[in-house]
Structure formats: C-alpha cells, structure tokens
Design a protein around this ligand. Structure first.
Ligand code: NDP
Length: 238
C-alpha cells in the first residue's frame, strides 16, 4: 500500500486516478481548485482526502503538500496532473493568458516537485509521475502556449529523473492523446471526429486507460523505469 498525492484530482483523468488508487488499497490525498462539489463527492465515493490548492502559487502547493503529509505520514507517489487547455492563435494570446497557462501547467509541476522532494530524498525512495501531452511531444497549431508548457513538463521529467535517480526516486511522464474529459468539451464535434479518424485505434481514450498506466508506473513492477515519456494516445503519434 502506498500514500499517493494527486495534484488536480477533482475531475477527468485525475478523478479517475483517485478512484484507481483507492481501489488498489492506497491512501490518497488529492487537490481541487474550483471543483469543490466534485471533490466532496469523490471523498464520499472513495474515502480519499481532498485539499484545496491553486497550483499557480507555490505557497498554496506547499500548504497542500504539508496537509497531505499530516494526513498520510509521508508521500510515496506524487502525481502532477493539473492543467488547463487553451485554443488560440499565438497572436491572440496576451501576456496574462500566457503566464496563466505556463504557471498552471509547468510552474505548478515544479512547485509540487520542489515541496515533495526533500522528504523523498531523505527516505531515498519515491515515485513522481508528471502528465504531459502528445502536443508537448510534437506541437499543435493554435495550442502554442499549451504545447510549450507540456514540452517543459517533459524536459523537467527527464532532467529530474537524472538528478534524483541516485536518491532512489523514479520520475516518469505520461503523455496522453485525445482523452474523453471536460478538457475537450469546447472542441467542436467535427474536430473530435477528425482526430478520432486520425487515431489508429479509431476513438478517444478514456480516463480509466490513463489512470491504469499511472497505477502501473507507481507500482514495483515499474521499478526499473525512469526518465521516460509513456504515450497513451491510441497510436495518434508514433
Ligand atoms: P480536466 O479539465 O478534466 O481536469 C483538470 C484538472 O486540473 C481538474 O481537477 C482541475 O481542478 C485541475 N486544475 C486546473 N487548474 C488548476 C489550478 N490552477 N490549480 C489546481 N488544480 C487545477 O482535464 P483532464 O482530466 O482532461 O486532463 C488531465 C491532465 O491530462 C492534464 O495535465 C492535461 O493537460 C492532460 N491531457 C489531457 C488530454 C485530454 O485529451 N483530456 C490530452 C493530453 C493531456 P478544478 O476543476 O478543481 O479547478
């Protein structure tokens, strides 16, 4: 049994990760930002402990990490899942929006890692899973800010794996393709259908299919895997 902290666990892939680790018998603390009702429903459904946190602010992440350590004793597995999407021409993105996307999607991962790592290093064990995107691997038109943030997450993952591997800590990135969550609700139906057609497996993925890979990466079965980008994209990019 592990103690798992999931940053961004109130909806979508993160909420499914909460369910998956709870079913596995793990202790789970998860964060929410705006979705308080969803977080409370998840607490009632599976007994995981919700903590409010805005990943854009280091202090907010630090307080959430401290509450997780108080609740569970220690954090064995950290999952950095929180992110926002953005569909805009780069010429339509102002500086404030750019900073919001980079702060949420990239700085938020750094803050979580920064606050959790010292205790993992002193125990010489731990597992960190970041969540990138296939657009962080290949870039997407009209998603320059999002793609940039996710490419940063991939770089952070690889560099950190090298830095903390000698301390017995594994760091991997899951890179999802098109997954059926709220994040794609604003994308029009035709674009979704086109992307499904371009996906060799011919469909969107489910949050369960991503959460299953998180569970595997957190397990002892993945004990020799670190610094990797694991794509869960139905073959969309190979
Ligand atoms: P959702 O939009 O369904 O959920 C996003 C989660 O992030 C919510 O729990 C939300 O919390 C949290 N969050 C957003 N902003 C903040 C913030 N400032 N502080 C703290 N938490 C925040 O997204 P998905 O489940 O689809 O995405 C999960 C991950 O997978 C993301 O990293 C995303 O980039 C990645 N991904 C998703 C893909 C997809 O097709 N769905 C494709 C590729 C990658 P709250 O609701 O409480 O505000």
């Amino acid at each position: 049994m592990s103690n798992v902290m999931i940053i961004g666990g109130s909806r979508g892939i993160g909420a499914e990760a909460v369910r998956t680790f709870c079913r596995n018998g793990d202790k789970v603390v998860f964060t929410y930002h705006k979705s308080e009702l969803e977080a409370d429903a998840l607490r009632q459904e599976c007994g995981a402990f919700p903590v409010r946190c805005d990943v854009k602010h280091s202090d907010s992440v630090r307080i959430a990490v401290n509450r997780a350590i108080e609740a569970m004793g220690q954090i064995d597995v950290l999952i950095c899942n929180a992110a926002i999407a953005d569909y805009n021409l780069v010429t339509d993105i102002n500086e404030t929006r750019w900073e919001e996307i980079i702060s949420t999607n990239l700085n938020g991962v750094f803050y979580a890692v920064r606050h959790v790592l010292p205790s993992m290093i002193s125990r010489k064990s731990g597992c960190i899973i970041t969540v990138g995107s296939m657009w962080g691997e290949v870039g997407a038109s009209c998603e320059v800010a999002y793609s940039t943030s996710k490419a940063g997450v991939i770089g952070l993952t690889k560099a950190l794996a090298k830095e903390v591997g000698p301390s017995g800590i594994r760091v991997n990135c899951i890179s999802p393709g098109l997954i059926d969550t709220d994040m794609n609700k604003s994308v029009d139906e035709n674009s979704i259908e086109e992307m499904e057609e371009e996906t060799p497996l011919g469909r969107m993925g489910s949050p369960e299919e991503v959460a299953a890979v998180m569970k595997y990466l957190a397990s002892d079965e993945a004990s020799f895997i670190t610094g990797q980008v694991i794509s869960v994209n139905g073959g969309y990019i190979v």
